[in-house]
Design a protein around this ligand. Structure first.
Ligand code: PEP
Ligand code: MG
Length: 838
């Protein structure tokens, strides 16, 4: 029977061939028709399930009940608008009815900025469905039939293959917009002409390269790595052909189809596997590292039944009251839990409390209750709408917050329905396996029983990943659907240092894992025993090993216990966040003094406030900024509001014994000079000696001008987290770039070298207090480049000291010299490992 596809907008309908874009005009994405919209609401062209929403919100795909895949692509080249002017009103996976509004857009704005508004409506599995009648060349109202499709054969573009790949190639998608509709169409067209069974894998997902919709659903963006695999040796030629199309995407003008001729530009390959097939050992699945470590244990599945809720309510007043009660129970429970929680968990639970009472969310639920829905149904719908909004941003960090919403959804529904959430019974030493995990699920589990966590979905910057980090549990995420095949109780080897889960370890793999764990345990015991001694390299040079502190008492105590010789970085932000007024001088001094007392006379470096940008505080309204990371941050905020800086400097000057003051986000000498002048003036006022002053080197500018900056300070401290972010122009919180924002990149190492060279002009010591200081590949390089102090989180100190004692400075210098000449971070890491300086 023919399936009717209705026009999503009112407007003039045209044949695809008349579209000013060859990919659509030549039906590379599939057959269909187009509509030149005069309305701004995209309505579902048929009943079906939403199968994909473009990250730039400009295209939506549906699967009709009979299997036809329908893509509506608003305008031409609208991907370049990056979602501006579009508002998605549905979500992936949602079942919709013909005529439902799925997307709204600003007609004027999009029309002004896009090449054309003409909107193709396409059957992307045209190999299976054909168009039998089309109403083109006429004015149509939204909902009129645009064309009808009929199934022409039972051949379905196959789902992802289960067989093991035989050949593969990894490459980085250089095309700025990733694999959106047009590139997907080009790849699918080429793939359809190839006889081999292949698969494209990216972002933990898989797609049949013959299906443009499946390729789009991978959500691949510019800079992502994808892997093309084949299931027979002959497929290598097909893989090469698809890889060629992907590479050539970069060379295409945004509106032109791919050239049929091979590109002359060199292939771009992944950093982790340059120019080589990706090797995943047999029986292993590759995932994304959320928290490093190694574990061996039995799989413990966390499976939960859905909580069923009726749609119809039993009166608005009753439902509203029930909702209020459930909210209040959940609120009290979270607040109690937050009370005694460690800083990371505390922050997450505070965020949950905010969400639970979020006015928009609550109002949206109440609105549904008012029109007759049950409280549970209304809450679930309100949560779904919020998650759809997060997804529509296309910002992976926001999208990873979906599990926080799921967490609250479940807690409130459990209260409303009286569902007893059973604490999962997990045997000690288990590896938790789940589709995804919410923060409270992890908190509910006795974490001490977990050896590791393996998730099918999820991202490395999600809240639950942060918690796993705090709890010290190795964790891999985005392992993909093959995890479903793991039986409860199966033996697993989770290597969260290499990003691999071995779900079928043979006897040899198990023996190797046991031996590795045993030696890890024995080594940790030895390291702890020697942690209190001062640290010298094997060649005799003294290296100071300090702790980075977040301000809690427990943190400072732990640092001293672990053998910290001082504190190299106390981040003072902890005192300024989550409050309505700034802490005054007395409060600040008291808190700094507490840390100084706990450090027992050891050197204490306290950093002035590094706030602003993406860490707003309510009592310090910053001007709106398009790029907060490049805006008022660190010293820029302090100089913009000098009264805040004065209060902080006064508080610091009052601590005994004197602390060292460190200033973040310096870009030039003038900034440090202004701080120095204030410090001198305030010290004179208070009648105390001027303490040591240091500058953080976190911007390429500061690294290049280190000789000038060093003149005005007593020491330099390199913040490698930011130096890598600004040096490589990659957002440090960007999940997709996480694998590439690597501080051992030769560009960052050269900035470190410029810093130590500049500092040497004035004989100033250089510390590193960013994450690189605890990275075993990086440590010899940093020492070889002239760094003499490392400051790391307390838990790393014993390990780091033991490691440093095995190094000789000559080896480190030789290694660093060679590393500076490498092409990329992967080469540096290979070099560091090959030379085995450790
Ligand atoms: C850094 O940037 O490396 C650093 C230590 O500062 P923060 O991580 O607090 O920005
Ligand atoms: Mg920083």
């Amino acid at each position: 029977m023919a399936q009717q596809i209705r026009t999503p907008f009112s407007g003039w309908s045209t044949p695809l061939a008349e579209i000013p874009d060859e990919v659509f005009a030549r039906a590379m994405l599939g057959e269909g028709a187009a509509i030149d919209p005069t309305s701004n609401e995209l309505r579902a062209p048929c009943d079906g399930e939403v199968t994909s929403i473009a990250a730039a919100s400009h295209a939506i795909a549906l699967r009709a009940p009979g299997g036809a895949e329908i893509l509506v692509h608003v305008g031409i080249d609208t991907v370049a608008l990056g979602g501006a002017g579009f508002e998605v009103l549905t979500r992936k996976g949602k079942r919709v009815h013909a005529g439902d509004v799925l997307l709204r857009f600003d007609l004027d704005r999009v029309a002004r900025r896009a090449r054309s508004l003409v909107t193709p409506v396409i059957v992307t599995n045209s190999d299976r469905f054909r168009i039998v009648r089309a109403a083109v060349g006429r004015e149509l109202a939204a909902g009129d039939v645009l064309f009808e499709v009929e199934e022409q054969s039972a051949a379905v573009a196959g789902e992802s293959a289960d067989a093991a790949p035989v050949v593969s190639e990894a490459l980085v998608v250089a095309h700025a917009h990733g694999i959106h509709a047009r590139p997907a169409g080009l790849i699918a067209r080429v793939a359809k002409s190839l006889p081999w069974k292949m698969e494209v894998r990216a972002r933990g997902r898989r797609a049949n390269p013959q299906s443009a919709v499946a390729l789009m659903s991978l959500g691949v963006r510019g800079g992502d790595e994808l892997v093309i695999v084949g299931f027979e040796a002959g497929a290598a030629a097909g893989i090469a052909e698809i890889a060629r199309v992907v590479r050539e995407l970069d060379a295409q003008p945004a509106h032109a189809p791919a050239s049929p001729h091979p590109s002359n530009s060199p292939p771009r390959h992944s950093l982790s596997a340059p120019n080589a097939p990706v090797a995943v050992p047999a029986g292993c699945v590759r995932g994304v590292i959320a928290n490093r470590g190694f574990a061996l244990g039995k799989a413990a599945w966390l499976d939960e039944a859905d909580i069923e809720v009726p749609e119809a309510g039993s009166g608005a007043a009753t439902e509203a009251a029930a909702f209020g009660r459930a909210q209040s129970v959940v609120r009290d429970r979270i607040a109690t839990r937050a009370g005694g929680a460690a800083p990371d968990l505390h922050g997450i639970l505070r965020a949950h409390l905010e969400l639970l009472d979020d006015p928009q969310l609550v109002e949206s639920a109440l609105e549904a209750i008012r029109v007759g829905k049950s409280a549970g149904f209304a809450w679930r719908a309100a949560i779904a709408a919020s998650v759809a909004e997060l997804n529509a941003t296309g910002d992976p960090r926001l999208m990873e917050r979906a599990m926080d919403f799921a967490d609250l959804e479940r807690q409130v529904l459990a209260e409303l329905t009286g569902t007893r959430e059973r604490r999962p019974d997990i045997a000690a030493g288990s590896i938790l396996v789940a589709r995804d995990l919410t923060p409270s699920q992890l908190v509910d589990i006795d974490a001490s029983r977990l050896a590791g966590i393996a998730l099918m979905a999820g991202g490395p910057t999600s809240h639950v990943a942060i918690l796993a980090g705090t709890l010290g549990i190795p964790m891999l995420v985005s392992l993909g659907p093959s995890l479903r095949e793991i039986r409860d109780g199966a033996e697993l080897v989770l290597d969260a240092d290499a990003g691999l889960l071995n779900a079928q370890p043979d006897a040899a793999a198990l023996a190797a894992a046991r031996a590795r764990l045993e030696s890890v345990r024995a080594r940790a015991a030895r390291e702890r025993a020697a942690a209190a001694d001062l640290c010298h390299l094997a060649s005799g040079e003294r290296i100071e090993v300090f702790a980075n502190l977040a301000g809690t008492e427990a943190d400072a105590r732990r640092a001293v216990e672990q053998g910290a010789e001082g504190c190299g970085l106390l981040r003072t932000e902890f005192l300024f966040l989550e409050r309505t007024t700034a802490p005054d001088e007395i409060e600040q001094r008291t808190r700094y003094q507490q840390v100084a007392d706990l450090m027992g006379g050891r050197p204490l470096v306290i950093r002035t406030l590094d706030i602003g940008g993406d860490k707003p505080i309510p009592y310090l309204p910053l001007p709106a900024e398009e790029n907060p990371a490049l805006g008022l941050r660190g010293i820029r905020t302090s100089l913009w509001r000098p009264e805040l800086l004065d209060v902080q400097l006064r508080a610091l000057l009052g601590v005994e014994p004197a602390v060292r003051i460190l200033v973040p986000m310096i870009t030039e000498y003038g900034e440090i000079e202004l701080v120095r002048q204030r410090l001198h003036a305030l010290a004179a006022e208070l009648g105390v000696p001027v303490p040591q002053l240091g500058a953080m080197i976190e911007t390429p500018a500061a690294a290049m001008l280190a000789d000038q900056i060093a003149k005005g300070v007593d020491f330099l401290s390199i913040g490698t987290n930011d130096l890598a972010q600004y040096g490589l122009a990659m957002d440090r919180g960007h999940a997709e770039l996480a694998a590439r924002i690597d501080g051992v990149h030769p560009a960052v190492l050269r900035l470190v070298e410029a810093t130590t060279r500049g500092a040497a002009v004035h004989s100033r010591p250089v510390a590193v207090c960013g994450g690189l200081a605890s990275d075993p590949d990086a440590v010899p390089l940093l020492l070889g480049l002239g760094v003499t102090e490392l400051s790391v989180v307390p838990g790393q100190i014993a390990r780091l000291k033991a490691y440093l004692r095995t190094l000789t400075l000559d080896d480190c210098c030789r290694l660093a010299e060679r590393a500076l000449q490498m092409d990329n971070a992967a080469e540096v890491r290979r070099l560091a490992r090959e030379l085995e300086v450790r």
